[in-house]
Every structure is written in C-alpha cells, then in structure tokens.
Write a protein that binds this ligand. Structure first.
Ligand SMILES: [Zn+2]
Length: 261
C-alpha cells in the first residue's frame, strides 16, 4: 500500500492511497460517517419556553450542536443499562436566559467541565422582552447509525482518473482545452498535456468534444483519493487513527468468526 498526502490540517485530510480495493476504502468511509461514537444532546427537559420557537425545534437545534468527543470518558446507555441516564452514561447541560437577547451555544452550562460545545457562536433562538427559556439538555454517547447528530466526520473517496491520448489521430485543434471545467488541459509544443490529473472529475467533456476520438478517460482500479473532514469534535489525526483501529478490530473479529466456522 502506498499513501501520498495532498492536504492536512486539524480539520481536513486528503490523501491518495494505492494498492487497496473498493470494499476496504468503502468500509473505512462507512466507519467515519456512521460508526464512530461521539457525544450529542439526546433529549431536553423544558421548564420554561415562551420564545417564538417551539420546544421541538429548539431540541433539534441543540441536538445538532457539536460537543467535544467524550467517548473515552463515558459509556453508552446500552452498556450502562440504566433507564433515565446516570453520571456514567450522560451529562446534563443547563440553560436559563431571559430576553431581550440571542441565545447561543456558549450559554449552555455543562454539568461536567470536560464536556462543552465545540463552537460557541451557534445561535439557538432569539428572545424578546419578557420572554424566557429554561431547559436541561441531556447528552449521551451514540453513533450516526441512529441519528446524524452523532456524526463527527464526513468522508468520501473517488477513483483516480486516467487520461489517455491517441496522438496518431490528433490534429491538435485544441478544442478540448477550453472544454475542461477544471482547466487541467494545456497545449505544450505539439502536444496536449495534463496539469493535475487528480483534479479531473471524469466529466468526459474533453472526450465528448474530440470528434477524432483521441482522448480516452478511464480510472485506476486500485487507487483512490480519500477525503476526511472532522466536524470539530476531534482532531483529524485522532479521528483517522481511531477509525483505523476500529477497522482493524472489525477485520480481526471477522477473521475469528471465519476460523470458528
Ligand atoms: Zn447510566
């Protein structure tokens, strides 16, 4: 396996991977988007709400506020087995505000100093003169298999494109060059060249323009461009190493199962 990193910061990672199959990269993608545990608000107990926004809409908005990942500290409600939630499997974030003001994610006061919203400026609602909002929000560990609010990353992959030129047929009309929406084709001396093949989206605009059939677009079977974006809950480095650990555990489990059979 060969890996080349194109872009990397705290939030995003884009890399090229060679020598792997579609099922393997797809298994990794599915772990990122739906199987990584994270903390999110699961339900709210309202004590007062005479704001212009219904309880259900506020609950939905609060549920989508990203919290820092606490999957190492807390256990899931299923593992815990309690019904109402206890200190091992849940944390309560309280909010009490009266208008006129805008209520933001930073107004949530957490029962555990280790759990807090990752972004402070997410508006929840506006309160007018005499309006009040008071609730307790209970956050729990879950995965995006149950609800998108537990999703902590986005991941996608695409095939590595391959452009082949049959220069014997080419009359160098250059019509293909301006047709490329990514502007990766250019003419150098008597040849059409490609600037950055990884930018190609395989739209086939160049192939369709060329009446002589000079250009042929295909893709490599064992190479992929993989993209991961963290939703702030976790540094992308930790995210990738955790996802790889999970994939490795799943493969070990599968191996054991097959051996048992
Ligand atoms: Zn519990």
């Amino acid at each position: 396996m060969e890996i080349e990193i194109f872009k990397k910061d705290d939030r995003e990672l884009k890399f090229l991977v060679r020598g792997v199959s579609v099922p393997l990269v797809n298994a990794l993608r599915r772990i990122f988007i739906s199987e990584m545990p994270s903390m999110a608000v699961d339900y709210l107990k309202f004590y007062k709400n005479n704001s212009p926004v219904f309880d259900e809409i506020i609950a939905h908005r609060v549920g989508l506020i990203p919290l820092n990942n606490a999957s190492e500290i807390y256990i899931t409600p299923e593992e815990c087995g309690c019904k109402e939630g206890c200190e091992k499997c849940s944390v309560t974030l309280s909010l009490e505000k009266s208008g006129p003001c805008t209520v933001y994610s930073r107004d949530l006061v957490s029962g555990d100093p280790d759990i807090h919203p990752m972004l402070e400026d997410i508006p929840i609602t506006k309160l007018g003169e005499g309006q009040e909002l008071k609730f307790d929000a209970v956050a729990r560990i879950g995965t995006a298999e149950d609800h998108a609010k537990w999703q902590i990353a986005n991941a996608a992959y695409k095939y590595v494109p391959k452009l082949e030129f049959n220069l014997e047929k080419c009359d160098f009309c250059e019509e293909c060059v301006p047709k490329c929406p990514k502007e990766i084709l250019y003419k150098e001396k008597d040849q059409i060249k490609v600037k950055d093949i990884y930018e190609c989206t395989m739209c086939r605009a160049c192939e369709e323009t060329c009446e002589q059939g000079v250009i042929k677009i295909s893709y490599e079977n064992d190479a992929f461009i993989f993209f991961v974006e963290s939703y702030e809950n976790m540094n992308v480095n930790d995210l990738v190493s955790k996802a790889l650990d999970m994939l490795s555990t799943k493969l070990d489990n599968l191996k054991n199962l097959v051996e048992t059979i």
